[in-house]
Design a protein around this ligand. Structure first.
Ligand code: PLP
Length: 389
């Protein structure tokens, strides 16, 4: 096999990789504009949470989504915490959340003292099964948190209707769904107050970072106060409640702005990736490829596949074989209520779909930097492993 020679940046030295470089599961693209703005922020000396890029990034992100307010946060988990706090979530309140999600959705609920109430997943979209939500509602239910997993919108109309009927709020966790749509509406623009993450593997990245978005002036003001230690306006260093330092830095916002300017290119890349995988993997034995419901415009944050029950290999065996071909993958999330620290919230119930997905799902290399050659290599490895199995 061939090897790669890479120069160590800014030195005269080279490293020779005797093994081929693995194809990373998610390699980001850092745009030239992001680098330029970060350097401008560095040169100007505005490196903390004051500086022009914070406001610019917030304004452009609000425009992108068509919402009134966008408020930067230090990460997506902090954004979720802020959104829940702004809604007044506290001990005794219940928030309905999918059993199958990234743990931050659940942790943020726990930070406020509220109780997560789990709902099983839809086997096709992996998102919250909307037919099970109403049965979980009680007099204490204050909010529902749909999560748009892997870039596919949750089925929002039934959730919006239930929220209206029962007078509860909606917090969309759109951390994996920048630019994804439900019908014609953008994910993260439908709930009462919604959140995004800009972690390194997300469609728009600031390294670490998050955003809270809302059309509600009062919730926006609460979020701004809480993320900045709850300063009382007009009285410096006087505070009347617990606040948080959940501020994003100007450097992160500069990076985010430079990424956001290219979001339509990123979404095109994702579309290309999904189409190329669907074509390259068509007919592969034992692998279920992602579906897109007619109501959704899927941005394929991750190209998420499920190993069929009749596949000759288990998910873990398949991922190991792919790794031997130099292909990096990641298993799906675990079902949250299966984790011992959360089992007390499961109310003796089981979540068979979430459990099953957690055993059989994984995602293929899906980063914005994925090349056509890399994608072809993934498809041919999958064919050679599975079609012979
Ligand atoms: C990434 C992610 C988060 C958390 O975002 P961080 O920026 O990593 O804190 C929350 N929810 C979901 C669904 C995510 O994928």
């Amino acid at each position: 096999m061939s090897y790669m020679v890479l120069r160590i940046p800014h030195t005269k030295y080279y490293i020779r990789y005797t093994r081929p470089m693995p194809i990373p599961v998610n390699e980001p693209v850092i745009t030239a504009e992001a680098k330029k703005y970060v350097n401008e922020a560095l040169d100007a000396g505005w490196i903390s949470s004051a500086g022009k890029y914070i406001g610019l990034f917030e304004k452009e992100f609000a425009n992108f989504l068509g919402v009134k307010h966008a408020i930067t946060a230090s990460n997506g988990t902090a954004a979720l915490h802020l959104a829940l706090l702004a809604l007044g979530m506290k001990e005794g309140d219940e928030v309905i959340v999918p059993a199958f999600t990234m743990i931050a959705s659940v942790d943020a609920i726990l930070y406020t003292g509220a109780t997560p109430v789990f709902v099983d997943a839809d086997p096709e979209t992996f998102n919250i099964d909307v037919t099970h939500i109403e049965a979980k509602m009680t007099a204490r239910t204050k909010a529902v948190m749909p999560v748009h997993l892997y870039g596919h919108s949750a089925d929002m109309d039934p959730i919006l209707a239930l929220a209206k009927k029962h007078n509860v709020r909606i917090i969309e966790d759109a951390a994996e769904a920048h630019g994804a749509r439900y019908k014609s509406r953008l994910c993260g623009s439908m709930g009462t107050i919604n959140c995004f993450s800009f972690y390194g593997n997300k469609i728009i990245t600031t390294g670490e970072g998050g955003m809270v978005v809302t059309d509600d002036d009062v919730l926006a003001a609460r979020t701004r106060a809480l993320k900045d230690l709850a300063h009382v306006p007009g009285r410096r260093f006087w505070h009347e409640e617990v606040g948080y330092n959940y501020r994003m830095t100007n450097l992160q916002a500069a990076c985010g702005l430079g990424q956001l300017e290219h979001v339509q290119d990123f979404l095109k890349t994702k579309k290309w990736m999904a189409e190329a995988y669907a074509k390259g993997l068509s007919g592969v034995r034992g692998l279920r490829l992602p579906i897109t419901k007619s109501y959704a415009e899927n941005v394929h944050w991750m190209y998420a596949v499920v190993v069929e029950n009749d596949c000759a290999l288990s998910r873990d065996e398949l991922c190991k074989r792919l790794a031997e071909h130099g292909i990096d993958t990641r298993p799906f999330f675990f079902s949250a209520p299966s984790m011992p620290f959360l089992s007390g919230f499961a109310q003796g119930e089981s979540f068979p779909v979430a459990e099953d997905l957690s055993q059989r799902g994984f995602y293929l290399p899906s980063g914005l930097a994925l090349t056509s050659d890399q994608l072809d290599a993934v498809c041919s490895a999958a064919h050679s492993i599975l079609d012979a199995a």
